[in-house]
Design a protein around this ligand. Structure first.
Ligand SMILES: [Zn+2]
Length: 238
């Protein structure tokens, strides 16, 4: 396989994007069919010059795409999805730190608030192990809570599931299936109760009408505080 020819280093070029000046790198690639622009993670605009192309046109090409670069630069960095030792998580509404238990045991254990979680490798991403543990707790505690609150308010629920929903805390089907997000184990109990009651009230009103909110406020008088908490902590749903 032929290694693409890369142009010799030249004095650093820059490009004006919005109100800032970013490094511009022009790289020849004889195998490229056309000019190409991308933004490297370090914030350098990188233009690929195809066979027969020119540096001058490469610069023009970058300038012509300033708007695209500006949009890319404005994007927030991707959310940190990995959990590591020392990171802080929410558990039952409290901030807890992920720590490693001091022990002689062969298998390490994580301490997450009062929870102890066996793991294989403390240097790997800890999220899968902690998520599995949280999910199990959520199923064990939230499912009975749904049955309890449904009985209290004389509603018929057919099935309760705890799932890994990406964009919502819970849902309720017309047929009486209540689905809850395992992340509710991370919220204060008043918030998980509110979400359960919210979903249950959909068995009375399958919409978000004024009548629906009246039902919610009757069974959960401080629902507005819970709604505010959910809005403030929307980033948990990632
Ligand atoms: Zn709803």
């Amino acid at each position: 396989m032929q290694v693409p020819f890369i142009s010799k280093p030249r004095p650093p070029e820059t490009l004006r994007v919005g109100d800032r000046e970013i490094p511009l790198l022009l790289v020849r690639n004889p195998r490229a069919r056309r000019y190409f622009l991308r933004l490297s993670p370090d914030g350098t605009a990188r233009v690929t010059i195809p066979r027969g192309g020119t540096v001058g046109f490469g610069k023009e090409f970058a300038k012509a795409n300033q708007g695209w670069l500006e949009k890319q630069l404005a994007k927030p960095p991707p959310a940190c999805r990995q959990w590591k030792l020392g990171d802080t998580l929410l558990f039952r509404g409290e901030s807890v730190q992920i720590r490693l238990e001091e022990t002689e045991n062969t298998k390490p254990r994580l301490l997450v608030g009062p929870e102890k979680i066996l793991i294989n490798d403390s240097s790997a991403d800890l999220r899968p192990a902690i998520q599995r543990h949280f999910w199990k707790l959520a199923a064990r505690e939230l499912e009975p809570r749904v049955w309890e609150l449904a009985a209290l308010h004389e509603l018929t629920v057919r099935r309760v599931t705890v799932r890994n929903q990406k964009s919502r805390w819970g849902s309720c089907s017309r047929r009486g299936t209540v689905s809850l997000n395992w992340r509710l184990i991370q919220t204060p109990p008043s918030v998980s109760d509110y979400i359960i009651l919210h979903e249950l009230m959909h068995l009375r009103q399958m919409n978000h009408s004024a009548r629906f909110w009246m039902e919610v406020s009757r069974v959960c008088p401080n629902y507005e505080a819970a709604e505010a908490w959910v809005k403030r902590n929307g980033s948990l749903l990632r």
